[in-house]
Design a binder for this molecule. Structure first.
Ligand SMILES: *Cc1c(COP(=O)(O)O)cnc(C)c1O
Length: 224
């Protein structure tokens, strides 16, 4: 046994009352480990790197719903457009335009989330609240018929302070609630990882992205 499948059951039980979805983050993990998790009934998996995702997607069961959660370069969109279930990491309108163009070629509408920078650290990707709102309100965005912006993704600060993490999640939830008045498709909130998913659930998360708790610690990170 590679993956912690017992913990998966526990996680699902925790998520159930909140109606939140579990995304198993399988970056750097083997196909064998992923298959073990698939065998427990898990369908949604998250990956951060395009090449790694393509290698796995080609060999793993077609019923897996792949979520892209890492930084996505526009020149790589074409490779994942045929099958990607949801893209959590939209950080520019240019990226949306490219996804729309590629999705059109396959007759698809790809669900996307705007990645908003809510953490204190400078290194994480993402839009400011103002930038996210500007993208949503831009008439050019409305013209994109092959992407559907269904919510926001955010990563809280890497800190021991539950107070700071909670405040950051709460700000993202408030933002979603505010924009959903004029953008009713905006309903999903992708927030919470192994270290902070309980806080995220309490603050309104609808999609939890869990890696290390399910698969164990990652021993290496491939170059993106
Ligand atoms: C790796 C990753 C996760 C999972 O993190 P864990 O701490 O391993 O649960 C979630 N979201 C994103 C964007 C990630 O890159």
């Amino acid at each position: 046994m590679i993956a912690n499948t017992g913990l998966l059951e526990q996680l699902r039980a925790t998520l159930r009352p909140y109606g939140a979805q579990l995304i198993a983050v399988s970056k750097t993990k083997s196909k064998e480990a992923i298959l073990e998790v698939v065998a427990t009934g898990q369908k949604a998996f998250g990956e951060n790197y395009v090449q790694e995702l393509l290698d796995k997607q080609a060999l793993l069961p077609a019923e897996i719903e792949w979520h892209f959660i890492g930084h996505l370069q526009t020149n790589k969109v074409k490779y994942i457009a045929p099958f990607i279930h949801c893209i959590h990491s939209i950080d520019s309108q240019r990226l949306l335009v490219e996804i729309d163009k590629q999705a059109m070629k396959f007759g698809r509408i790809i669900p996307c989330l705007l990645q908003v920078h809510i953490a204190q650290e400078e290194t994480k990707f993402g839009l400011s609240f103002d930038e996210a709102r500007a993208i949503l309100d831009d008439p050019k965005t409305t013209l994109l018929k092959h992407v559907r912006i269904i919510g926001c993704m955010g990563m809280a600060s890497n800190t021991d302070s539950a107070e700071i993490v909670r405040k950051e999640f709460r700000e993202l939830k408030s933002f979603l609630d505010a924009v959903s008045i004029s953008h009713p498709d905006m309903v999903e909130l992708s927030m919470g990882m192994s270290s902070d998913y309980k806080l995220a659930l309490e603050e309104g998360s609808t999609m939890i992205r869990i890696g290390s708790s399910i698969f164990g610690e990652r021993s290496y990170s491939p170059v993106p």
